[in-house]
Design a protein around this ligand. Structure first.
Ligand code: ATP
Length: 334
């Protein structure tokens, strides 16, 4: 993989540029995502991390065209060169599910309880690719095998409630990759599952990337998942990307004080390895509509100086990019 100086990669399949999302609410307009830019290369796994409410899901939903009508979206999301923001309904319909697929956290809510899993996968294949009933069923069996469901020929006639949570998540993944999407968005794909089952789902995702070359945008709170699967990481805070780098760089040399905090990294304290969860950082994520012209993390940051309270830092250029006036340059112990 070749990485250019502006952090973009050759063979990039997804290019998000200056993405902004606001929502109309009863209390006025609230901003959820502010000027977010990143690229995802062919077959690359980009992990998007950050505390709850930082805009990870809204960013992902903008890419998949899943935002509600109350949302106003600005900027650009290009999938293999095709602009998705402002695209007509027909373009979006042909792209959604086919070229960009979304795996939700909770498979039970996304599968229809009254149809067999075989029927649901076949429907995707018939609608999007126009396969006939027989071909769709044969392909559905192949897909169930691909995601590691044993006795796929028999399981295809099961209803969702007859499957365990882990198996239902595998079915969701099978449906998501049915049309061989270029980008798979996995929004906390293992959070709702037992720890023992999580590893199997990660294996499935790894296998998809290796066998099908699928690019994955992985939203997670789990640092173990990041370390296991991601090539690159984008750290979001208050609707912005505040740091992005290759995964080993993020763990070895985090530069944004927020990233350092999330990793639980400090010369004194080791990472919370027993849970692999992001560390708690004192204070709250600010509401974006109330943002002053300042670094949004300043209130919670031990390194904040005067500039941080009067001016918003932009992401630096390069491969390891950070938006901070006082980045951490010294080695930290993670
Ligand atoms: N439909 C909506 N209307 C108004 N505000 C919304 C809507 N959806 C999301 N938001 C707001 O946008 C911000 C970002 O939310 P988002 O769900 O992207 O966060 P997140 O980082 O994915 O959090 P989590 O990890 O909890 O899923 C939050 O402040 C949230 O309240």
């Amino acid at each position: 993989m070749t990485v250019s100086t502006n952090g973009s990669t050759n063979g990039q399949v997804l290019a998000v540029k200056d993405l902004s999302v606001t929502f109309r609410t009863e209390d006025g307009r609230v901003s959820a995502v502010d000027n977010v830019s990143f690229d995802v290369a062919d077959g690359e796994v980009l992990a998007v991390v950050g505390e709850s409410g930082c805009g990870k899901s809204v960013t992902a939903m903008s890419i998949a065209g899943l935002l509600p009508r109350t949302a106003t979206v600005g900027g650009s999301v290009r999938l293999d060169g095709t602009e998705l923001i402002g695209a007509d309904k027909r373009t979006l319909r042909s792209i959604r599910g086919r070229e960009v697929a979304y795996i939700f956290q909770e498979p039970t809510t996304s599968l229809n309880p009254v149809f067999t899993v075989g029927h649901q996968i076949s429907e995707v294949l018939r609608t999007h690719i126009g396969l006939n009933r027989q071909a769709a069923e044969a392909r559905a069996i192949e897909l169930l095998k691909l995601v590691g469901i044993p006795s796929a020929e028999r399981r295809i006639s099961d209803y969702p409630h007859q499957l365990s949570g882990g198996m239902r998540q595998r079915v969701m993944i099978a449906m998501a990759v049915a049309c061989d999407p270029k980008v798979l968005i996995a929004d906390e794909p293992t959070t709702a599952l037992d720890v023992t089952i999580q590893a199997g789902i990660l294996d499935v995702l790894r296998g998809l990337r290796e066998r099908l070359g699928t690019s994955i945008v992985l939203i997670t709170h789990d640092l173990g998942v990041v370390a296991d699967l991601a090539d690159r990481v984008a750290v979001m805070y208050a609707g912005r990307v505040v740091e992005t780098a290759e995964v080993h760089e993020i763990f070895a040399r985090p530069q944004h004080p927020y990233t350092v905090g999330l990793l639980g990294a400090s010369p004194a304290a080791g990472r919370h390895a027993e849970t692999h969860r992001l560390s708690e950082i004192p204070g709250l994520v600010p509401v974006l509509s109330e943002q002053p012209d300042a670094c949004t993390f300043a209130d919670r940051c031990s390194r904040a100086g005067e500039t941080c309270t009067t001016s918003q830092p932009e992401l630096t250029a390069g491969v390891h990019r950070v938006a901070c006036w006082h980045p951490v340059r010294e080695a930290v112990e993670v």
